[in-house]
Design a protein around this ligand. Sequence first.
Ligand SMILES: [Zn+2]
Ligand SMILES: [Zn+2]
Length: 155
Amino acid sequence: MSADIEARLKDLEHACRLAGARVTHQRREVLRAVVESSRHPDAQSVLRIVRERMPTISFDTVYRTLSFLELHDLIDRVQGTGGRTRFDGNQLAHHHFICTMCGRISDFTSEAVDRMSLPEAALKLGIAASRQLQVYGVCRACERQEGHTYENQEQ
Ligand SMILES: [Zn+2]
Ligand SMILES: [Zn+2]
């Protein structure tokens, strides 16, 4: 077990204690599935991963557990392509490259983006606490497959 997952399971124990909830086997396994995947899995993919260890777990339980983990700030919800909800176990500040062909969401970090001054229009709307850049495009794997010329689209 990696040091990261150990630390995250400790966070889960802490969050459950605060919420007066039990640290169930389901909660541990669903958190592990999201944290150990770098692919920002959707609920169906989490179900597939968790079923390897817990063959009888239902989609409903996985979905409710994901909501529980999100509510307690242990994972984040990300909007993927095609309106699919995806889950993100990376809690360090990072940005996303989203492939519009295969739907893959990859993490990257950028000090330049983190330090960039925000537009006046955004600052007028409220007090900024954090920021996240979503870059849409065609990932390298799809580019190779399709022989695509790839363009960066920022949003
Ligand atoms: Zn792709
Ligand atoms: Zn991410």
